[in-house]
Every structure is written in C-alpha cells, then in structure tokens.
Design a protein around this ligand. Structure first.
Ligand code: F0G
Length: 365
C-alpha cells in the first residue's frame, strides 16, 4: 500500500478532522531491521531490531512530530513557527514549513550543530539564528517569544509533536503483529521522544492492538545526563550534539515512562557511544548519527553489568529489544570521518591499488 505519511496511516489516533489540510512528506513507515551480528556480539540471548528513523524525509524521527505540529499550526492560522534545536528539529521544521508555505525561524546553539542539519534548515529557507548559548538557552527564548507573539512553538513541548511521534510505537507493534518487544532502547535529550513512544505504546495496548508494554531504556550522554544525575547540567557536553541538553523540557514525563514501564534511564560516555556508532556501521551496515548510537551503547553497557542475564523473555527464548536509531549518519559527516580510517592516496596505477589491497604484484610490472 502507498505510504501517505503517519497521519493518514494512523488517522484514528491523530487529532485531525475531515477538514484538516494535512501537511506531510510521507514520513514514517521506516524499516525495522534485525541486527543479528550486533545481537550476537552483545549478548547471546538478545534479539535486537533497529528502527531506522534516519530514513524519514528529512533524515530523523522529528518528521513524525513535525507533520502533526505544522498541520495544526496551519489549521490554527499561524503564519510563523519557531523552534530551538540541536539540529534535527530545525531541519524538519524548515522542510514542513516550506511545504506548508509558512515562515519558520530556528534558534540553534552557535557552532554546535552537525553540518548536514544546518544545511537543511538553510536550504529550506528558514531564518536561521545562531545563539551564543546552548539548546536550553535557545528553548527559553523560543518559549518567551511564542508566548508574547503570534508564533507557533514547534518544539516537543507542543503536544501535537508528541501525538505525531507516538506513531513510531504503533509501527513497531504492527511490524511484530501485535506483540510488544521486551525492551525499547533510545537516546534521551529533551525527552520528547521517550514521552511520545511511551504514550504510543500505552494507547495501542489500551485499545487491544498490543499484547503488552515494553520496558523503556533511555540513555543520555555522560556529559549531558541531567535525568541520571537528578539535577540540570549547566554546561552540557558531548560529541553527540543532538542530545547535548542540560535541562530537558519533558523531564517529568521521561521519569514517568521509565517508572511506569519498569525501565531505566542511564548514561553512556562519548567513547561508548563512538564504539557503538562504529559497530552499527561496520557490522550491520546501518549508518546513524552519534546520538542515535547511544541506544546500542546503552545495551552494551547493561549487558556488561549482567543486566540481561536474569531477564525472562515474554515470548520465545530471546529477549527482544528495539533500538530507535533516531537520525541518519549523513547528518553528521564530520564525526563519521573523524571516527573512521582515513582513505589512502595512491598514483593512478593498477599495481598501486593491488598493493593497498594486499594482492601480490607480478615482478614484471
Ligand atoms: N536523537 C536525535 C538524532 C535527536 O536529534 C534528538 C533530539 C534525540 C535523539 C533526543 O530526542 O529530545 O526527544 O529526547 N533532538 C532535538 C533537536 C533536541 O533539536 O533536534 P528527545
């Protein structure tokens, strides 16, 4: 069946009417990729699946929320939308605003967003404002301006964003024919996405479309781990710039998702994230951005602590885990190049290539 986007696919669960003009780029319906090599490397009883959100139209999960937020902004007659962003929200807001024919302004922390994301916001024609501060400072400014002026706020504190993003949970359950995974692992930044997934799982379960609820595993970067530490982090740090957030707006909802589901929120170091990032690309062929890899880094950490040894799978003999790979690796080419081996440069001669490949070069050439 043709994919017409998440509002069309899950219309009964979305706040739209017959008159609503839907602004969509046919987002969602992303692949759930089994990760056999990764599962075997992490724990013999794990069955890991990767929800590859990088394959959304602007390359991240934000499109699920943005289709809903921009649709409602247009319905509510807003002509300008605004967001603070570590990059992906700005890319998505810019694209959906362009499609809707409305203005978009994005506030980003100066010098701290990945190049691909910046290029997206710029080419879609958003007003891009770099703030000499971090994401948290930018979000405070956006909240104030949207309160005082007729500007729609499209960060995940906008409830329509959550409504759209909960569709990720529906897709996972649908792909597993109504059987919930044992665990879901995901990065946590501003904490909108963990809020949205948990809402989606609960909604699907309540209407009988899912047999159970998964336990939610959230991971923050160690230098930006306010929820784990129990207090805001004034100067958050991490190379995974997407989750470089010191005071998450949906903090309470994230804690509720963790506690209601019997899950946990932990932190992973930049080195652990880097390792998982490289592993996903080299052993599974899946290129995600660094923040996304924190979900896999978290599983590696938990497995090393014996966390999964005592877990009983609900069905079958494997513990089924879905990792949400929130953004595409091409968003952040600088980090990919910095983490990988440099290409070699040779003369344009066959024997030079053969030498690099380790094939013996015949003596007469
Ligand atoms: N992964 C990626 C790739 C992200 O861009 C974000 C958030 C997250 C994970 C965390 O999701 O904030 O809902 O907990 N990016 C936001 C942005 C903050 O501005 O693009 P969250």
């Amino acid at each position: 069946m043709r994919n017409n986007g998440i509002i069309a696919r899950y219309r009964a669960h979305m706040p739209v009417s017959d008159d609503t003009r839907i602004i969509s780029l046919n987002e969602g319906s992303t692949p759930l990729v089994p990760a056999l090599a990764l599962s075997a490397a992490i724990h013999p009883r794990l069955e890991i699946h990767l929800k590859y959100e990088g394959l959304n139209p602007t390359g991240s999960f934000k499109d699920r929320g943005m289709t809903m937020a921009i649709t409602k902004a247009v319905e509510d007659k807003f002509e300008v939308v605004m967001c603070a962003s570590t990059g992906n929200t700005s890319a998505s807001a810019a694209a959906y605003s362009a499609r809707a024919g409305i203005k978009c302004a994005v506030l980003i922390p100066e010098g701290k967003i990945a190049f691909g994301k910046l290029s997206q916001a710029m080419i879609h024609g958003a007003t891009v404002i770099q703030v000499k501060g971090n994401f948290d400072d930018a979000l405070n400014l956006v909240r104030k301006i949207c309160h005082d002026y007729p500007v729609a706020l499209v960060n995940s504190v906008n409830p329509y964003r959550i409504e759209g993003q909960k569709s990720g949970a529906f897709e996972i359950i649908d792909d597993f024919d109504g059987v919930a995974p044992d665990f879901q692992a995901m990065p946590v930044g501003n904490a909108g996405n963990i809020t949205a997934y948990w809402k989606g799982y609960k909604e699907y379960h309540a209407c009988g479309k899912s047999d159970a609820l998964p336990r939610m595993l959230g991971f923050q970067a160690a230098g930006s781990a306010p929820i784990v530490l129990g207090h805001p982090v004034e100067k958050p740090q991490t190379f995974a710039t997407a989750i470089r957030i010191g005071n998450p707006a949906s903090w309470k909802q994230a804690v509720a998702a963790r506690d209601e589901s019997g899950g946990l929120i932990d932190m992973v170091t930049d080195d652990e994230i880097r390792e998982a990032y490289k592993m996903l690309a080299s052993s599974e062929g899946v290129f995600c951005e660094p923040a996304s890899a924190s979900s896999v880094a978290g599983l590696i950490k938990l497995s090393g602590q014996g966390f999964f040894d005592a877990v009983q799978p609900r069905t079958g003999d494997k513990i089924r885990v879905v990792c949400i790979l929130t953004g595409h690796g091409l968003k952040d080419p600088d980090n990919a190049i910095a983490c990988a081996e440099e290409p070699v440069t040779v003369e344009a001669r066959e024997e030079a290539i053969l030498e690099v490949l380790g094939y013996s070069v015949p003596a007469f050439v």
